[in-house]
Design a protein. Structure first.
Length: 188
């Protein structure tokens, strides 16, 4: 038996659908993908990061946003919702709805068992096509582990890791030192 043909839609059809949907979806190369929900641990980590980063950035040039702000990468067609993103330049949006950002400086994803491989691999490949992106940070929700990618001047990426609660890492774009014990506070 042959597989039924996949119906591809346009960016405009996706945005019209997504803006009225009760659920969130990624869009890539004409196809829509339902995004999974987040675990309790994921939500604690995201909340910790949002409080720390948001407080640190208060009154500064850069702004942080949570997972309800969509980004778009025109070079590869991806529309997605990072867990946390930071914008340091004037925000650039797809259109006048102001709900789809084009120029994040930092993207933070909180890894779960269902999305970890995608976030570490294919999604990072897609994110690297964002010219404004300077850092990509992955925080594991099932173990104490942070993977930090920093873009170099020659457009290569340097990887560093933190694996102990006493370890720190720097969000270089905003000069913020984060200690893993603060990131994982309340997570058992």
């Amino acid at each position: 038996m042959s597989q039924p043909a996949v119906k591809h839609i346009t960016d405009q059809e996706y945005l019209a659908f997504e803006r009225t949907s009760q659920e969130r979806h990624e869009f890539y190369r004409g196809e829509i993908f339902l995004m999974s929900g987040a675990s309790f641990k994921h939500n604690i980590i995201e909340d910790n990061l949002r409080v720390i980063i948001g407080g640190f950035l208060k009154g500064k040039k850069c702004r942080s946003f949570g997972s309800n702000l969509r980004i778009h990468i025109p070079k590869n067609t991806l529309y997605t919702y990072p867990d946390i993103l930071i914008v340091c330049d004037k925000p650039v949006f797809v259109d006048n709805e102001f709900d789809t950002l084009l120029n994040p400086a930092v993207i933070i994803e909180i890894l779960s068992p269902s999305t970890g491989n995608y976030d570490r691999g294919a999604k990072f490949d897609l994110y690297r096509e964002i010219e404004s992106l300077k850092e990509y940070i992955l925080i594991d929700s099932t173990s104490t582990h942070c993977i930090h990618y920093l873009k170099n001047a020659d457009l290569t990426w340097t990887l560093s890791e933190a694996k102990n609660l006493a370890d720190t890492f720097e969000v270089t774009a905003i000069a913020l030192q984060l200690q893993l014990s603060d990131v994982y506070a309340g997570v058992e």
